[in-house]
Design a protein around this ligand. Structure first.
Ligand SMILES: Cc1ncc(COP(=O)(O)O)c(C=O)c1O
Length: 341
């Protein structure tokens, strides 16, 4: 095991307060499958956090959250529009296609972000019986390139979706990082911009496992709990997911963790930008960095620090910070990198 990892934010462990909450929930007997008092209470807290008048469900994985958010709002003849870099397109082994039996329509982007202008040409086939009918715009906030949609950009996409009889889905595996970076509330980033279904990630930000799905359009997601069971995302010992979320919400731990991860990524970017042989390719808005390194140092550096090569052709790598990345980890990484140059 590498001592320090910049591979992903889920390479880090469980936040101590979350672990403590799991331990605290480990007493006696409780109804299963989410019928316990803690789950009911914490789901209510989440609904309030997102502005009320919404529905919420816990699931175990981010892939599960994406499958269910999309499956519950579309039919098999629909299409889902997403950026080419979307996790649902690149890293979920076709799970969304398998469960929804529908098509993804990925769009090439330079920064992982969609705009109404990029989407509009894909809608020309809507209403033609020979074509899959685009029904959802699926975006990630923050994106897989570590970029962010502003609140105005989110609102423009939601409005465009609704004007065209579509829904807006937000993969929020890193929604907390986005809220921290934009200095806005979860409600402002979701309900207030008229998103339809969003996920609120925990696993990448200090939880053992757990994501919440929030629907602002309860009539279209009324079958969610049945789909959740079919997709094996209904944990029987649900109280332990709820306990984690209780700790996550307490004193805004989700924001504190995201703030640390984002801050460390900015610091790492600053230190890398001081090295002339290194190029930071994307603006660092949250907790990931995309960096071109000299080819000859990549493999050696990877022997000590875990990180992924993003583009072999250009020697671009991805570095990611998490809630427990420390300044001394960055110092050590920069020193080692400089020694190899
Ligand atoms: C943006 C995004 N969405 C969803 C997921 C899927 O999460 P999980 O691995 O828990 O299924 C990931 C995981 O890397 C992700 O980065």
């Amino acid at each position: 095991m590498n001592s320090v990892s910049f591979g992903s934010d889920n390479h880090s462990g469980i936040h101590p307060q979350v672990l403590e909450a799991i331990q605290k929930a480990n007493y006696g007997y409780c109804p299963a499958y989410g019928d316990d008092p803690l789950t009911i209470k914490v789901l209510e807290q989440i609904k309030q956090l997102f502005g009320g008048n919404c529905d919420a469900w816990f699931v175990i994985t981010g892939t599960g959250a994406n499958i269910l958010s999309l499956q519950s709002v579309i039919h098999s003849y629909n299409a889902i529009i997403c950026p080419k870099s979307a996790h649902i397109n690149t890293d979920e082994c076709g799970a969304v296609q398998k469960f929804t039996q529908s098509r993804l329509q990925p769009i090439e982007t330079t920064d992982g972000k969609l705009t109404p202008e990029l989407i509009a040409p894909l809608l020309l086939g809507n209403r033609d019986q020979h074509h899959s009918q685009a029904k959802v715009i699926s975006i990630s906030q923050s994106t897989e390139y570590g970029t962010l949609y502003s609140l105005q950009e989110l609102k423009a996409l939601a409005d465009f979706a609704h004007q065209n009889n579509m829904f807006l889905h937000i993969d929020g595996a890193r929604l907390a990082n986005a809220a921290s970076a934009l200095n806005c509330s979860l409600k402002e980033m979701t309900k207030d911009i008229s998103a339809d279904v969003v996920s609120f990630g925990g696993t990448k930000n200090g939880l053992l496992c757990g994501e919440a799905i929030i629907s602002f359009n309860p009539e279209i997601t009324s079958d969610m709990r049945f789909y959740r069971k079919q997709a094996s995302q209904l944990l029987s010992k649900m109280r332990f997911v709820s306990a984690q979320f209780e700790a996550y919400l307490q004193d805004d731990l989700y924001l504190q963790n995201a703030f640390c991860a984002n801050k460390m990524a900015k610091l790492l970017a600053k230190r890398l930008q001081e090295i002339k042989e290194v190029t930071v390719t994307q603006e660092v808005e949250v907790n990931s960095l995309f960096v071109i390194l000299p080819e000859h140092i990549i493999e050696t550096l990877q022997q000590k620090y875990h990180f992924y090569t993003w583009n072999e052709a250009t020697n671009e790598v991805r570095l990611m910070c998490s809630f427990n990345t420390k300044e001394e980890h960055i110092d050590e990484f920069i020193n080692d990198l400089k020694t190899l140059l």
